[in-house]
Design a protein around this ligand. Structure first.
Ligand SMILES: [Zn+2]
Length: 293
């Protein structure tokens, strides 16, 4: 696997993937002007391949009309949210703490840190999240994790790519928070790995699912106080010796579905730092803020 960072090769998040040609696709000898390129686009729409593809899509949509991915209300496009669910999406936008990614009530200016980040700095460098862990965002996390809606990973990753644009632009490698083999056997899939794979597909940043390992099965963190959480995670993670070289000197982004107190991500960051990672950022779909749970 190459770790070469090719930012120019990355598609823009959420970009329309239509295969109609762009002006830049024409050979230099033709040097078409914008109007000429427009005509070519127009004519391509009547290519038999497009007509057949369109008819097939229409047939499928008649049989299975697009539905909202959470409430199943009718939507205009497949794999999307309806207006009601979208309005109940507690998106995090700037201003937020540069270090923890937690939203500020007022804008203190660029690069400001929250009191929590100053009083108790995390072991990772920066964290970003799409939304707070409530309403539609919490519903999506639950459906991906427990509802076996593996198809949601692509949509959720698209939003993560937007929210984590600054950390992903500088990333060399993505690693999901690993699941212990026992839990993986019971659950059958690791939702963090699904999200990491989807973010990798959409950005071109390489992903490694095996470098960071859960070497000890831990009890659930829910209900534990902070010192108990840290003790519970003691020695829980490790780096596979054969992947040590992947981590040293790399800028790593750790991917998970939810960030609660940050103890798990701190434990992962600690191990990655020991392995020589140059930078460790965190990207999750939701983060739990005061009053969310
Ligand atoms: Zn809906």
């Amino acid at each position: 696997m190459s770790l070469t960072h090719k930012s120019s090769a990355r598609p823009l998040p959420g970009a329309d993937t239509t295969d109609l040609p762009d002006v830049a696709d024409f050979p230099a000898s033709e040097t078409p002007d914008i109007a000429d390129a427009g005509w070519r686009r127009f004519l391509r729409r009547f290519h038999p391949r497009h007509i057949a593809g369109g008819a097939l899509r229409t047939g499928v949509e008649l049989l299975y009309p697009p539905q909202c991915v959470t409430c199943e209300a009718a939507t205009a496009t497949p794999f999307s949210l309806c207006v009601t669910c979208w309005n109940a999406m507690p998106l995090i936008s700037k201003p937020y703490c540069e270090r923890l990614g937690t939203p500020f009530a007022v804008d203190y200016g660029m690069g400001m840190l929250s009191p929590a980040a100053i009083a108790d700095p995390p072991r990772f460098d920066r964290a970003r999240a799409v939304a707070r862990h409530k309403d539609t965002a919490r519903d999506l996390v639950g459906r991906l994790k427990y509802g076996e809606r593996l198809d949601l990973a692509t949509l959720m990753a698209k939003m993560m790519v937007q929210a984590g644009r600054d950390v992903l632009e500088e990333a060399d490698l993505l690693v999901p928070v690993p699941m212990h083999r026992f839990r993986l056997w019971r659950r059958r899939y690791n939702q963090a790995a699904l999200l990491a794979n989807a973010v990798s597909r959409q950005t071109g940043v390489p992903v490694n699912l095996d470098a960071l390992r859960r070497i000890r099965h831990t009890r659930a963190q829910v209900g534990l106080r902070r010192p108990e959480r840290q003790q519970n995670l003691q020695g829980a993670f490790g780096i596979a010796p054969e992947h040590q070289g992947l981590i040293t000197g790399r800028r790593v982004v750790v991917i998970d579905d939810v960030r609660t107190t940050g103890s798990t991500l701190n434990a992962c960051a600690h191990i990655l730092r020991k392995a020589g990672a140059a930078r460790i950022d965190v990207l999750t779909f939701t983060l739990v803020a005061d009053g969310d749970i």
